[in-house]
Design a protein around this ligand. Sequence first.
Ligand code: IFM
Length: 462
Amino acid sequence: MSTFDPGFLWGAATSSYQIEGAVAEDGRGPSIWDTFAATPGAVRGGDTGAVAADHYHRFPEDIALMSQLGLRAYRFSLAWPRIQPTGSGPVNQRGLDFYRRLTDTLLDHGIQPWPTLYHWDLPQPLEDAGGWPVRDTAERFAEYAALTHDALGDRITHWTTLNEPWCSAFLGYATGRHAPGRREPAAAVRAAHHLLLAHGLAAEAIRDDDSHVGITLNLTHVTPLTTEPADLDAARRVDGMQNRLFLDPLLRGAYPDDVLDDLREVTGTGHIQDGDLKRIGAPLDHLGINYYAPTLVAGSTAPVQSAYVGSPLVRVADGGRPKTAMGWEIDDKGLLALLLRLKADYPAVPLYITENGAAFDDVVERDGVAGVAGAVHGAVREVVHDADRIAYLDGHLRSCARAIGQGVPLKGYFVWSLLDNFEWSFGYGPRFGIVHVDYATQRRTAKDSAHWYAEVIRRGGL
Ligand code: IFM
């Protein structure tokens, strides 16, 4: 049996726009995701987060479910446009009150609140003023962080500044697959720096004797297709853009030289000001890692448009492994390799897997018969036999246990996701939850993976 330390933090994660709904309630302002989702063709099926899993109204029920599952921590995000509807100026008390109620209900159930200050829902007025490519957005973020910490710091100890700044910068401003949907590679590089600066400024603003401050990155284990020079260079570049562009300034206080060289022609370095890297590289109390899949890369003879700005001759290859419903390759060894690499290459910092999980084509059954979700009422039991998700989670948790056994300071694990939710430009199609949500009725059904995870937590291992 793989066992984990009794203090290992077992949790589940969600984010505001993906589950809350209630986008126009209690003074919330519009975010870039409201605008993007309303743009024809931006999100599959025209889906939006307007209702999502209606968590804004159903959070007591959801927290009761978390408690039944035995979760020790809940990672959620605070919607900046609920707290500061225009991204600057005074707080919206009703928005803060929602998070106070949420947090208090968690604490009443003995579940540790683990909030992220920014999971992609930038107030629209800040995008109208230039968005993350503009330095002022970082200053605004620090102000929002300070206001929020002032209001909730009496009940929250662990804070995460940003979720996956790589996505905000390169999917938001280079490929345009995410809000705000801009395709401006040079702006994306500036956005990446200003996101890191936003982290540094916010961490400074909220750090006190009681707070632990960290950031969450989406990291991947990159391997070259062959040992040909073009493939090796592709691997260096992808590792540089997705991993080291964020890890190095945060943990070593400097950007990697090779990545700066690759980007020099795209946007130069004029947006990096004296003192920025000192702020960005201030010690972290924890680093969150979101891991889903490895990345196999190769050189390309023809230019490829991708999120890897400055590296047009790079393509992602197929490793031939089984895939999730997102088309992502399943490789738990990649997580182990990533954790060991962090230990080998960077100063030690407490690590948490803040997201790991998989979308599969779940089937809701009733009394063992495949059925339509939510169509059954009364005493008939609905079930989701998601053996593929259990196998995915089991494999990745075994990698966590092995990493800990080899000295990696991994302190906790949050499954993505607690609930099925709005999967960004893919809409409601992909289902990542360990709890099924019938979007027509908002009925929640714990999948087999939820029961399995509850048992893992109860036993403290696999
Ligand atoms: O749903 C997302 C989440 O918002 C950020 N990390 C990856 C998840 C799956 O795509």
